[in-house]
Each structure stands twice: as structure tokens, then as C-alpha cells.
Design a protein around this ligand. Structure first.
Ligand SMILES: NC(=O)c1ccc[n+]([C@@H]2O[C@H](COP(=O)([O-])OP(=O)(O)OC[C@H]3O[C@@H](n4cnc5c(N)ncnc54)[C@H](O)[C@@H]3O)[C@@H](O)[C@H]2O)c1
Length: 357
């Protein structure tokens, strides 16, 4: 039985990927701080939950590991700007360190899930050979990680980078801060669909089931096709212009629920616009996604209608990290004798005190 070590395993993509790996017969070492909870991964005899910070991974964790899928990240632009230093350490430094430890310990393949956001603003349609234009800390950290893990590729250590489109769809660690998921929630809940100005920007999208399928494909595909390579993950027809995407989301919800949906503009014009070519993954790996935006919106609406998911602070990554930091500071300030109201009481001391009274 082969073993896959997945970092960021408790996240949006990780909690979809890990059950698939288990189902395919892999053993999984699921490494995460579990900022979003451990209960989102299923119990399974071949699953080992490892609560650890990826900045501190030790060599022995990689013993008998065949593959590493390094999902860990502070996973969006606003969180990356607010927690700048941590984002740099986690998304770039820890992943380069993990790739090096993996190589030293005989791991066969290493996959870096990066992001199409490293293309930033682009006029033309970009492919894997185009110059990048990372505009944020998040995108810059991904690019640096790519640049330092790819040269580690050799005949014994297969390294592949995937640049994922913006992901959508249901996951046990639900995120409503992703474009399609957020629009769907807003429109379903209030009848108003939030659209980021001015709607002319292009963005490629991919469903979470599809991008995790690619990760699994890369564990098995022929080494010559994938070693030292970068693949954009998505499809040409899933390059959506945001205003058209808004219309698709609105129409799908209207059809599913009978509610009328109105478009509501918000924010300053978004300068991140890019159209991406997915020719390489289609032609070299013979892979195309099964999902499109319409199917993803239907899936989310059904889960919302069924009460299986809802928008909470935890589903907005930035807000959840801010909340955790806020409560960490409050608790540090208030805790005494190992607790707040429940504290460690030395029973002997109390007995002596009672006698004195
Ligand atoms: N979701 C998308 O649209 C998208 C698009 C392109 C690329 N990606 C990339 O895919 C990867 C996964 O994204 P996601 O959407 O699942 O994000 P996520 O925020 O849901 O998951 C990240 C996980 O990493 C964990 N984590 C954070 N810091 C850690 C640390 N120091 N040590 C251990 N664990 C830590 C968190 O607890 C969380 O479970 C990221 O690298 C992200 O950049 C995501």
C-alpha cells in the first residue's frame, strides 16, 4: 500500500482530496494545523491525522512516504496581505523546505498546487510559458515556491506544479470567499447577487472535484510527461468574464428556486484579470474537467436548501483567521492556572487553608 502525505489536508481542497485518496487505496498522512477543525475528515483506518505546523515538519514524518501533495497555504489575497510574514513563511518557505525533506527521504513524487493568480493582469491569453505577473503576496509566494521546487526534479524525484483556476463547489470545509460559491450564497440568501466591479475581468474556474482528480492523476501518470512540468488546471470554456458568470449564477438560481435575482455591484474595479490556455493539460495528460459553473451552482443551492451548509465566520478564510488571532490574544490575557473559569486547583493547598480557618 502506497502512502501520500498531504499538507493542508483539513482545508477546502484537502477535505475533498483525502477521502478520494483513501477510496483509491492509498494510506494518507494528513498534516495540518486544523484551523478549520479535524472533524471534517472522515475516520478511516488508513488515515493518520498529524496536527503540526508545516514550518516545523521533522524528517521522520517522511519515512515510508511515496508522494507529497503540498496544499498548505494561507489561501487567499486578503489573508495574505494581512498576515504577510506568515504567508511568506507558510506558502513559500515551508513548501520549499518540505520538498527538500521529501527528496532527501526518498519520496518519489512531489506535487505543488499553485494558482493561476500568478498571471495577475494580462491582456493576452496566457499559457505555462507566458511571463507571470503576480500582484499580491499570495501570488508572489506561490511563484517563488514554484521557482524553487521545480529545479529539485530529477530521475528519482518527480516534481509537478499545477496552477489551479479559482476553485468552486462543495467541500466539507466550505468556503464562501471563492467567487462562484460567494455569489451563489449571496443570491440564494438575499436575492441580490454580489458582483465585483466592473465585471469585465476574466477569471478561469475549476470545480474542487476536478482539481483533486488531477492531483490523483499525477500520482500515476507517466513520469516523462509530468516531471519538472507546470500545468494550468481548468478548461478554455471555463474562462469566465465575471459579468457573464454573474448571469449564469443568477439564471441557475432562478431556475432552481423560483426566486428572482438582482445583480448588486460592490468594491473597486478588480485589476486581476487573466484568460488562461488549458491546451497543455488537455493535450499532454488528455484531461478535461467534468464540471462547469452551472453544475457547481446547482450543487451548492441543493446543499443550502437541504441545510447541509451555511455561511459562518469559518467559511470566510480572512474573517476566521482574524477571529482566531483575536481570541488567542484575549485568552492569553485572561487565562490563569491553566484556564478561564475551570482552573487547576491544588487540593492539598485548599485542605491546609480549610484547617487554618
Ligand atoms: N481554493 C482555490 O480557489 C485555490 C485556487 C488556486 C490555488 N489554491 C491553492 O490550493 C491550496 C489549498 O487551498 P484551499 O482552498 O484548500 O485553502 P484552505 O485555507 O481551505 O486550506 C489550507 C489549509 O492549510 C492549513 N494551514 C495553514 N497554515 C498552516 C500551517 N502553518 N501548518 C499546517 N497547516 C496550515 C489550514 O488549517 C487549512 O486547513 C493552497 O495552496 C491554495 O493556494 C486554491
Amino acid at each position: 500500500m502506497e502512502t501520500v502525505l498531504v499538507t493542508g489536508a483539513g482545508g477546502y481542497i484537502g477535505t475533498v482530496l483525502v477521502p478520494k485518496l483513501l477510496e483509491k487505496g492509498y494510506k494518507v498522512k494528513a498534516v495540518d494545523r486544523y484551523f478549520f477543525g479535524k472533524e471534517k475528515l472522515p475516520y478511516h483506518e488508513n488515515l493518520e491525522i498529524i496536527q503540526e505546523d508545516t514550518r516545523k515538519l521533522s524528517e521522520n514524518l517522511f519515512e515510508n512516504v511515496d508522494y507529497v501533495i503540498d496544499l498548505v497555504a494561507i489561501s487567499n489575497d486578503p489573508s495574505g496581505e494581512l498576515f504577510n510574514e506568515a504567508t511568506w513563511q507558510i506558502n513559500y518557505e515551508s513548501r520549499v523546505r518540505t520538498a527538500n525533506i521529501a527528496k532527501r527521504n526518498g519520496v518519489k513524487r512531489y506535487i505543488l498546487p499553485s494558482s493561476c493568480s500568478i498571471y495577475g493582469f494580462q491582456e493576452a491569453i496566457v499559457d505555462e510559458t507566458s511571463p507571470t505577473n503576480p500582484l499580491t503576496t499570495y501570488a508572489k509566494a506561490n511563484e517563488k515556491a514554484e521557482q524553487e521546487v521545480l529545479p529539485l526534479a530529477d530521475k528519482d524525484f518527480v516534481v509537478t506544479v499545477i496552477r489551479q483556476s479559482t476553485v468552486f463547489g462543495y467541500s466539507p470545509r466550505m468556503r464562501f470567499d471563492l467567487a462562484i460559491n460567494g455569489m451563489t450564497y449571496g443570491a440564494w440568501k438575499t436575492g441580490k447577487l454580489p458582483l465585483m466591479r466592473d465585471g469585465t475581468q476574466y477569471r478561469p474556474m475549476v470545480h474542487v472535484q476536478d482539481t483533486t482528480d488531477v492531483m490523483i492523476l499525477l500520482l500515476n501518470d507517466e513520469e516523462e510527461k509530468i516531471n519538472g512540468e507546470i500545468f494550468n488546471v481548468g478548461a478554455d470554456h471555463l474562462n469566465y468574464q465575471i459579468c457573464n458568470l454573474g448571469k449564469i449564477v443568477a439564471e441557475t438560481i432562478e431556475k432552481e428556486t423560483g426566486k428572482e435575482i438582482e445583480i448588486e455591484w460592490y468594491g473597486d474595479p478588480d485589476h486581476r484579470s487573466y484568460r488562461v490556455s488549458f491546451k497543455k493539460i488537455r493535450e499532454i495528460l488528455g484531461w478535461e474537467p467534468k464540471w462547469d459553473a452551472k453544475a457547481g451552482v446547482k450543487e451548492i443551492v441543493n446543499k443550502l436548501e437541504g441545510g447541509e451548509i451555511d455561511k459562518t465566520t469559518e467559511t470566510i478564510t480572512l474573517n476566521w483567521y482574524k477571529e482566531l488571532e483575536k481570541w488567542f490574544n484575549i485568552i492569553e490575557e485572561l487565562k490563569m492556572y491553566g484556564g478561564i473559569l475551570n482552573i487547576d486547583i491544588n487540593k492539598e493547598e485548599i485542605k491546609t487553608f480549610d484547617k487554618k480557618i
